[in-house]
Design a protein around this ligand. Structure first.
Ligand SMILES: [Zn+2]
Length: 267
């Protein structure tokens, strides 16, 4: 399959999406993100010893989890549940300004269907996202947005790639409105052994061995990650979808080990 993927990755994302919709069409499951019926969800994650040894939630293998069309998975559906049930997206509210960093297609498609949302997206390499509207070229450590621009910032599986993550978190605080909230997901080690990082490691194979992916610069310990959010001037909390609504969390197939880190700008 990998040699096929090498060629299909050259196609624009909406074209790939259309091909996958045909290829995986079925009635066994329906993806709430992209809205497609599929024959089943796929396994993803895992593959490196460090991910299991350090109990890295968001990195360990998950079976029957990933939509084969939009590639949305448990954490994407967890964000959708928070945005819908806690932030109230799709209900009656004044228009919200939302920034989607490194936008994944499944959540983008869900957000597009919600009313009362002013959507912006950003990435350090915006050419990868020509299909996304209002897309900005943005290094998260020097974000090209005015102070207090956003009510919600979605930043999922980005910070583990950023060498100066503290500067990125301070920028997220700056561009949030007082009371605004950021969804700050990253692979998190649950083994209590802290954060493993070493900026001198640049060899992709060594990064895979130590951090679980060729382009990651660290593995966060969960407590240390929350501490970094706090040190950036945000109020850090962990939202537990199973405590909020167990039946819905189970229906969505969320990961019982994964909690959603939220950083709220005070005010
Ligand atoms: Zn999907």
């Amino acid at each position: 399959m990998s040699h096929i993927r090498r060629y299909t990755n050259l196609l624009p994302q909406p074209v790939r999406f259309g091909l996958r919709r045909l290829l995986f069409f079925g009635t066994a499951r329906r993806c709430e993100l992209c809205g497609n019926g599929v024959r089943g969800f796929a396994a993803h994650g895992g593959g490196f010893e460090v991910l299991d040894r350090r109990q890295v939630v968001g990195g360990m293998r998950r079976e029957n989890d990933r939509c084969p069309v939009c590639h949305g998975c448990d954490r994407t559906r967890m964000m959708m549940m928070w945005l819908r049930d806690v932030a109230g997206l799709g209900g009656d509210h004044p228009p919200l300004d939302l920034l989607h960093v490194a936008p994944d297609y499944g959540l983008y498609l869900w957000l597009k269907r919600q009313k009362g949302l002013r959507y912006a997206a950003s990435d350090i390499d915006p050419a990868r996202y020509r299909h996304i509207p209002n897309m900005h070229a943005a290094d998260l450590t020097a974000a090209p947005f005015a102070d207090a621009s956003f009510d919600i910032v979605i930043c999922s599986h980005v910070l583990e790639h950023v060498p100066d993550d503290m500067q990125a978190l301070r920028e997220i605080r700056r561009i949030l409105r007082p009371g605004g909230r950021a969804l700050l997901l990253t692979p998190l080690a649950l083994d209590g052994r802290g954060t493993e990082e070493d900026p001198s490691v640049t060899d992709p194979a060594e990064r895979e061995r130590r951090f679980g992916q060729w382009d990651h610069v660290r593995i966060y310990g969960r407590e240390d990650f929350l501490d970094r959010i706090t040190r950036a001037g945000l109020e850090a909390t962990l939202w537990d979808p199973f405590a909020a609504d167990r039946a819905e969390a189970e229906r969505l197939g969320l990961n019982p080990l994964e909690l959603l880190p939220i950083g709220r700008r005070p005010g």
